[in-house]
Structure formats: structure tokens, C-alpha cells
Design a protein around this ligand. Sequence first.
Ligand code: SF4
Length: 453
Amino acid sequence: MKNLVEKYNIPGPRYTSYPTVPFWKNNPLSVNDWVKTIANNTEEFNSEEISLYIHLPYCESLCTFCGCHKRITKNHAVEGPYIDAVIKEWKLYNQKINFSPNIKELHFGGGTPTFFAPNELIRLVKAIFGKDAIDPNYSELSFEAHPNNTSEEHLEKLHAFGFRRLSLGIQDYSPTVQQAINRIQPFEDVMKVHENAKRIGYKSISHDLVFGLPKQRMNDIVDTVEKTLQLRPDRIALYSYAHVPWIKGNGQRGYDESDLPQDSEKRALYVEAKRMLEAEGYIEIGMDHFALEHDELAIAFKEKNLHRNFMGYTTQNTKFLLGLGMSAISDSWFGFAQNEKSTEKYMEIVNSGIIPIFRGHILSEIDLEIRQYILDLMCHFETEFKADSPNIELQLAIRERLKGMIEDDLVRIESNQVQVTEAGIPFVRNCCMAFDQDLADSQQRENMFSKTI
Ligand code: SF4
């Protein structure tokens, strides 16, 4: 394993989209071109079911490992005008597209959604849904909860509206690691939020852990997983720390490269955490995720219904993800569009009555074929070459690029079936890279992506 980790631990995308953001070609992307791809979606899939992602960017302090689009402030006067802008953006879409969407899932991400007062969050969802509460059996509502500022009032009010899922950002419980990443949150505080959420009636609680953090050693991850198992969340995300200081600037420069566990040492943290989780009944689903057997994500993985979009793994297979808020990304299946990344500019453009996208990508026929292969691999660890594809040369090139992984017994191909082997699962990003024609055409990878392991 050690040699394989050294061989395959190279910079590569995480494939929340294909084409990946650095290879998007429409910069700028016009609102008309973007809206046309939404019309294509409605025509092709004949469905008004959508997923909605809302980006809530403010945080009170900076965690130095963070790769998210956020704005650090302690001034809570920013809440109201930002919520007004998101509601306005939603109305702009309703006017422009003239559709009456069925919102199958909604997720508050950030930033820190719980930076916002409960009443502001409720004002937002009431305006989006046009009602005082929703049926949680029909729409799946979730939010990211920061253990340090998620109050009982947040939990109660959001639950009363119809939220049933939340994910708690944990990272690691070691005081040394927490100090290195500037995020102090004792286990007792997390336990309080977790237990309150359970008592109030949330049916799925997820904990987000990170391996490969600065100063994180084996005993830290073991202790973090042991504490997590005491609370037994339904889902656990075990993310690889993405070290991309050239993108994220000073935030990730608060510690030295020598503080980071590297290659095999980093991989060993994941392997041990996975062993501990599986011993307690968690099932590994897709990349970096675990769930208890009863959880819908685990069921969807077994039944091969798992889907993945910019929000992560989901059981809702909608073909249109609308992202609202600063930096949010939308996906109409035929196109991607990203909103302005500066909060001020985002609000200014929305308030002048314009949909605030600034770049994106319209997918070609080849892009669409590749995106399906990569989605299959990320969700099910297998895919099938399209037999009637007009892009046979592409398929031949992919087969050629997979040869090394086949020799290392990480991938198997029989006829048109491509299967990631058990040993290949940690290297699924590398397998996707063989399908990635943009990456093959470009020689640049350094300073573009984090490492795959
Ligand atoms: S990790 Fe979360 S709370 Fe910390 S700076 Fe990033 S978005 Fe904000």
C-alpha cells in the first residue's frame, strides 16, 4: 500500500463537477446562455423538481484550515441585508424562468449558517417556500451547524419549519490540532448540541471530521473517532484536508508544511478511522463518507441510487441544483454557473435586478458523456462505457490511461464495464482522472488541485 500511496498521491480534482471549475470555459457566462441551459433541462427531464443550495457566508472567526468562501465578521447587522438579497435572487429566478419548482431538498451551507439568528433563517425559508412550514416527508431540509453557536432556539425553530437533518463541523477533538486550526470546540459542547438535536427530533445527524490536519497524529484521530462513536451520528464525513494555500492565501499559511502529515502517514489516519468506524457498523459510501445501515444514504448506496452534486452525496436525484447566495454554484445538468464571490458585489448586482452569475460552463456532448462516467464512479465505484457513443476515440484514450491502475489491480475492465476494485477505492479520484479529458489535454496540475490522498 505504501508504494501505491506514493505513486498515486498526486494533485487531482475532487470531482464535485465535470468539467471541474478550473476548466470551465464560459468566463463570463451570460445570464441568457445560462437560462437556456435551464430550459434544456426542463425539456429533457420534464420535471420541476429541484435541489436548492443557499450559501450563508459569514463566520465570527477564521479557522485556518478552511477552504470555503466566507466572510469573517462579528458584526451581526450584516444578516438582514444579506437575507434580503438571497430572497431577491430567488424572486429573480422565478420571474426569469417562469417555473413553479418543487423543492425536493434544501441545504444551508457556508460560512456558518448558524451565525444568522434563527428568525432570519426562518424569514428566508418562509419566503422561499411561501409557507410557514413544510412537509418533511416531501422536502429534505438540512443545515450546517457550528457547535459553538448553534442554540437550542436554532434547533427548535428550524425543526418546527421542517428541517430534519444537520451536520456538525467537528474536524478533530485534540486541543493541539484545534489550536493549530484556530477552532476551539470541546467535546462536551458538541455533545450538548448533538443531544439537543436528537431530543428535538432531528432524524439524521452527521459529523464532519477531517484527516491530515496540521499537527494531527494517530492518537488524535483515534481519540476523535472514539468520541464520535460515543454519540453515534447517523452519518460521518471523513474528509481529506485539502492543502491549497495558493488559492486560499493566508488562512492556510498559519502553519508550516512540516506540521502536516504526509503521504503514507496521512493515509494511515484514514485507514485507522475507517477500520474503527466499520467495526462499529458504519458502511463506507462513495468517497469520504460513512453511514449507519438504517440511514437513507447507506440504503441508496446499496441500491445504487446514490447521487452526488455540489452539496455532496444525496438520495435526491434531481437534475437541477440551484445555488443562491455569494459564490454559490448552480448545475442545470447542461450547464454550470457560479455567483459573484465578493459579498458586496453579489448584493449590489442582485439589488440592481440581475441574476448575479459571473462564470460557468455550457457542457458539450463529450462533457456530458464524461460527467456521467465520473458521477457513476464517485457514487457506485463502477461505470459502463456507452456502447452507442459517437466518442469512441475518447473511450479508447480512457482505456489506455487506465492501464497502470489495471496492472496495479485497482481497476478492472470487462467488455464495457469498469469496476474500481476494493483495493482501488482509496484511489477513486485517480480513476476519475483517467476519464478526465480536460486534465489529459492540459499539462498543468500543480497549484490547481489538492493531492488525491
Ligand atoms: S471552517 Fe466553517 S466556521 Fe471556520 S472559517 Fe471556514 S466556513 Fe467559517
